[in-house]
Design a protein around this ligand. Structure first.
Ligand SMILES: [Zn+2]
Length: 68
């Protein structure tokens, strides 16, 4: 079972059935998401408006481990 990132309602899909690039629609709020990664599961909201707002959050988890 998935949780909609927009409205937190349950989406009736199993994570195991998803592939990268799959499109998901939330039944509750009709938001659309694309599966960008399955392990870990990552959904990207598809905004149907053409406005591209630049509000990307900085990735704090992406510091590279250095073996030195
Ligand atoms: Zn939703």
């Amino acid at each position: 079972m998935l949780t909609c990132p927009e409205c937190d309602s349950q989406i009736d899909l199993e994570e195991e059935e998803l592939d990268e690039g799959d499109l998901i629609t939330c039944d509750e709020c009709a938001a659309e998401f694309r599966v960008v990664s399955v392990d870990p599961l990552e959904l990207e909201a598809i905004d149907e408006d053409d406005e591209e707002e630049e509000d990307e959050e900085p990735d704090e988890d992406e510091e590279e481990d250095r073996w030195r």
